[in-house]
Design a protein around this ligand. Sequence first.
Ligand code: CTP
Ligand code: CA
Length: 232
Amino acid sequence: ALAVIAPQDLAGLRVVVSTGGTREPLDPVRFLGNRSSGRQGTALARAAADRGAAVTLVAAHTDAGVLDEAGTIPMRRVGTAAELQAAMVDAAADADVIVMAAAVADYRPASVSDGKLSKDAVSGHARTLELVETEDVLAGLVRARREGQTIVGFAAETAADDADLLDRGRRKHARKGTDLLVVNRVGWTGGFEASENTVVVLGRAGAVVAEASGTKRQVADAVWDAVRGARG
Ligand code: CTP
Ligand code: CA
């Protein structure tokens, strides 16, 4: 029913959205991951499709059932940050708008063991994992940005208060070179796994161009309104 009543104000736009959390393998049975549920990214993809955009969803790990919301949206499943990068670079080639809502691992284990790691060798001692940085997918997309392409980043920050949150968001926005940055506050509770979300959207020069609080769908619609505003 939503698809029928939504305004088709994104018709003609080709959109790619990433969602979920990447997982970096350590051995055949273990990985480094994060708590992203994939709900906000999936809601962004659903909202864009309902508003008439041609959407591709690049999905890393999500909570059970979350991707059901995507319905018939074309989807590419990925595991690691490297896989997500390959899928995004590919999908970005003919995209008008790129939304990086995925929680991408910043580090991966320096080596992946072919066999299951055993504690025999280090039992009774601390074990040290060597980690190396992953590629910054968003930074690469920004470097390769084409004329007319709008790139939206996300920043989940633990902040002391609203001023601190805005400050961190503005610094990240400037560093990343994104057109829009969607900033939200996370902690041990709220944000990642919650069904409601509160965000501030920063535009060029760090101005607040939107604030939204509500369901992840309501937040998604506010982000798309901001994208329309940024594209003029
Ligand atoms: N991102 C990415 N590739 C990475 C890490 C992050 O594309 N290897 C993207 C995320 O999808 C998000 C944005 O960059 O859209 C900001 O992610 P965030 O983790 O907040 O920022 P980082 O630059 O990784 O900095 P830090 O984690 O130190 O705050
Ligand atoms: Ca990070």
